[in-house]
Design a protein around this ligand. Structure first.
Ligand SMILES: *[C@@H]1O[C@H](CO)[C@@H](O)[C@H](O)[C@H]1NC(C)=O
Ligand SMILES: *[C@@H]1O[C@H](CO)[C@@H](O)[C@H](O)[C@H]1NC(C)=O
Ligand SMILES: *[C@@H]1O[C@H](CO)[C@@H](O)[C@H](O)[C@H]1NC(C)=O
Ligand SMILES: *[C@@H]1O[C@H](CO)[C@@H](O)[C@H](O)[C@H]1NC(C)=O
Length: 302
């Protein structure tokens, strides 16, 4: 492939070769990890990037077991990573894994910092989908998938500012990803600006079936040639307010499109690298609704 002729082909080659892609083995989410006495870290499968180096992914997540679900909403804290390197990605998202035959489709919306995708360290709104969660998929508009609403206040790939500042102030976006009761499409709304703002949708064919697994997660992806980047605020989530990353006011959706409080007993944690990243209990808290905190400094090897 000739990667130097005109600008557009440079960009195409660039994203073809070096954009980090995650690979999630959703089968791992089907085991009940609540039984901590028998918890075994279940590593997600490594993806191979096109240049041959391995990509490592880690998660600090709460998810449902497979079932009939219709979406999630949460306030997602926004954090930046001024020191993140080119071969690292860090973010937080709402994920829906729908079982389709022997594999899981994944649709996802959230916020991340990904220098390999954008060539800078801005915090950006992103969407992602793949028709097999073990295979690389597409971010934003890399391939047809997410359909942006006309005049949307946030378009996939758009920067959001400012991020939270450790110990000083807190910035979040209230985001939902749920199944529209009429069309069956998976619609994305932003809710923290007065009236709910329609951002766009994943067509129903990208996630057509039940059962599915719903998840809220902090995540990192990085080449095996580097160390793990920070996740969340870059600090373990055992500190005071304004010092940790969170999902707050978490709601599930009914099939009629109305939100409701989740039942804690139906949620399962997944935390596959506890020495580097942690996730707190999922519980109701005064003024915060159903909430959990997550994150860590990174620096992990492998
Ligand atoms: C955890 O697993 C062990 C062994 O399988 C079992 O004896 C115990 O009852 C389980 N605990 C819970 C809370 O499910
Ligand atoms: C990274 O992965 C590649 C491909 O599997 C492997 O050849 C290489 O040894 C790995 N590098 C490190 C530092 O683990
Ligand atoms: C980025 O790379 C530099 C130089 O190798 C390293 O000192 C720094 O810790 C890395 N940043 C992160 C977030 O890992
Ligand atoms: C899903 O992946 C398979 C195998 O790579 C491909 O043939 C199919 O076209 C994909 N489906 C969609 C909707 O992209």
């Amino acid at each position: 492939m000739d990667c130097g002729y005109v600008l557009i082909s440079i960009l195409l080659c660039f994203s073809y070769y070096v954009t980090l892609v995650r690979s999630v083995d959703a089968d791992n989410l089907q085991t009940n990890e609540k039984n901590d006495t028998h918890f075994k870290p279940l590593p997600f499968k490594f993806a191979k990037s096109q240049d041959g180096s391995n990509i490592i992914s880690h998660y600090a997540m709460w998810h449902t077991q497979p079932g009939n679900f219709y979406g999630l909403r949460a306030e997602i804290s926004i954090w930046g990573y001024p020191d993140i390197n080119y071969s690292q990605e860090s973010g937080a998202s709402i994920q829906i894994y729908c079982q389709d035959g022997g594999h899981f489709n994944l649709i996802e919306a959230g916020f991340h910092v990904s220098p390999s995708l954008y060539h800078n360290r801005d915090v950006r709104f992103f969407t992602y989908w793949t028709n097999d969660s073990k295979l690389p998929g597409c971010y934003n508009f890399q391939c047809p998938g997410f359909v942006s609403a006309s005049g949307a206040l946030l378009v996939p790939g758009q920067a959001v500012a400012p991020p939270s500042s450790y110990g000083q102030y807190d910035h979040y976006v209230r985001l939902s990803l749920n199944k529209d009761p009429n069309s069956g499409d998976w619609v994305v709304y932003r809710h923290d600006l007065g009236t709910p703002q329609f951002l766009g949708y994943f067509p129903v064919k990208l996630c057509p079936t039940m059962p599915l697994i719903q998840a809220l997660t902090g995540f990192v992806n990085y080449f095996n040639t580097t160390n793990g980047p920070p996740m969340g605020s870059g600090h373990f989530p055992d500190e005071n307010d304004r010092k940790y990353a969170y999902f707050k006011h978490i709601k599930k959706y009914h099939s009629n499109g109305h939100p409701y409080d989740p039942i804690v007993a139906t949620m399962v944690p997944f935390n596959d690298r506890r020495d580097c990243y942690k996730v707190t209990d999922f519980q109701p808290d005064i003024g915060k609704g159903y909430v959990f905190h997550y994150g860590g400094p990174g620096g992990c090897i492998g």
